[in-house]
Structure formats: structure tokens, C-alpha cells
Design a protein around this ligand. Sequence first.
Ligand code: F6P
Length: 343
Amino acid sequence: MRIGVLTGGGDAPGLNAAIRAIVKKSEKYGYEVIGICRGWAGLLNLDTMDLKYKDIKDIIRRGGTILKTSRTNPMKLEDGIKRTCENFKKLGLDALIAIGGDDTLSVAAALSEAGLNVVGIPKTIDYDVPGTEFTIGFDTAVNTSMRLIENLKDTAESHDRVFVVEIMGRHAGWIALYSGLAAGADLILIPEEPFSIKEVTEFVKKKIEREGKGPIIIVVAEGALIKDYKGPITKDATVDQFGHVRLGGIGEFLAKEISKATGAETRACAPAHAIRGGPPTVRDRFISTRLGLAAVDLVKERKYGYMVALKGTEIVHVPLSEVTRKTKTVDKKLYEEAKVFFE
Ligand code: F6P
């Protein structure tokens, strides 16, 4: 048995733990593992590396992905799916384990439809893959975000300032909500609930009237939507092969509006990719390892077209076709619950 493994989309802490577990379990079964480099680009270009447990046994503590990654989408290239299938054969692969978020898994689902033996593992710091209570990287990203927000709180407190912290989260506000709540933010704005600038500036005004000067900490997800604005605030007009724009700028934008409307000294900070790196937390190492082991078991059972997922404390199997049907966004009820702190 010869298994290919790739990581696609944004990198995330815990990917190396999953790769390591895949290699370990495969070697136990006597299977060979080939690393496909730079996501789907590696299959299109036959860009591979050997993976032996003895060489990678220590990678569990490293963020990023030793396989490298990219946002290449074979479905957007002429003959992309056909070429991918041909190269799968050329490499002599019996199965492929694709580790990624909704984009990577949507390609995995298409390849599975086309007849390839594919297994998926959920990865994204954004946590927006449905069918699983764990995605690789989310736990590390929320912990890093929480610490960064707390750091900003110290300086905001010392200067009596308003701080707007822009946190990654394209379609879903999971990272902003978890880390903002954990760090004691005064207001959290997420893509699931569009807001008006007036609502935010009034919030700041009232809080200052009631409590004196700052500090006020506002956490905003990069993909948050302003009512009556067409779409999220973006860096530029370019889109990647999955049709995603480059988000960023809503924090700066809000900070300016707050300062203009309230006169309060306001600063913005966007940690951006800094929350996507660094050593993975225990949870990201532990569950990513379990998912990696389970993926190899799926291959052994020849149960293809599924994603391994966490449900409670159990690892379960979810059809890839179900996973890619929608995005897992923040539950309205959960956000309503948090609003008691936004007063
Ligand atoms: O992969 C998720 C994510 O971190 C999003 O939150 C963010 O919008 C995007 O990736 C950034 O992508 P890139 O690394 O291509 O700039």
C-alpha cells in the first residue's frame, strides 16, 4: 500500500502532528507514505518528498507544515482534475489523505466522485468545517489570539485608549468570539451578525460616559460585515483560485470611525497571520494525532470518500460530500449569550 498525504490551504499548528501520526501508523501496517508538496500543486506537478518516521518523529512540536501548502485549485485549471487523477496513478498511489479546510476538502470530494481513493482530515484555524468538533489549528489560534488581546489590554489600560483588534476569520467569527470572550473584550463583532458604524460608536460613547475614559477593547473578525456596505473590507481586488478576496482593514477602518465620532484616542492592531503560527497546543497535538491515526485506519478498511472527525471524545467518519455542502458559522444563540458582556 502506498499512501500520499498533502496539506492544502492556510497552514495551521497541528498539521505536523497529523502527518507524523499518519507516517507512524502507516509504517506499523507496512505501508509506504509519500508527501505531496504544496497542496494540490504537488499532485499537478509531481512534487513529492519521502516521509520516514525516523526523520520526522520530532515535528509534533512545530507549527506550520513540513509538506508546505498552497491555495491551488485543480478544479479551476484546464484538465486539472484529469491531470490530478493521472498523476495519482503515475505516483503509484493506492490512497490519498488530504488535510485541509473547506476548499481543500471540496477538491477531495470532487476527486472522490471521480473515483480516486481519498480520505480527508479537517484543518482550519477558522473552525468553519461542518461535521466535526475539532479542526486542526483552531485551539492554538484562539489561545494565541487571547494572549495577544490581553497584551493589548495592558497597554490600552495604561493609556486609557480604545483598541480595535482585528482577528482572522473569513466567513465565521469563531476565533474572534472564543478569544475575545476569554480575554474579556468589551465588544465582539463577527461576520454572522452585520453591524452599523453608529452602533459601534454609540457603544463606545455610552461606555465612556458611564465608566470614564477607556480602556475599551473591541475584537472584530476580519470578515465582519458593516450594514449597507457591499461585502467585507479587503486589502485589494485580487482573488485566489477558490475565489477568496484578501481580507483585512476593518480594524483600522473602525478605529478611525470611533475616533472621529467620539474623540476617544483609538488604536487598531491586526495580528493577522501571527495567530496561525507557533507551537501547537496540547489539544492541537493530541487530537490531530488521533485524526492522523484514524485516517490510516480508514485507508486500511478501504473506506474512501470520508473525512475523519471529532464528535464528543470519539473519532467518527463523515462523508466528504456532506462536509463541503456548507460552512459552519457561529450559532446565533451562542452569540446572543455572549452579548451580556457587550453592555
Ligand atoms: O485559512 C484561514 C485563514 O487564516 C483566514 O482566516 C484568512 O482570511 C486567510 O486564511 C488568509 O489567507 P492567506 O494566508 O492566503 O493570506
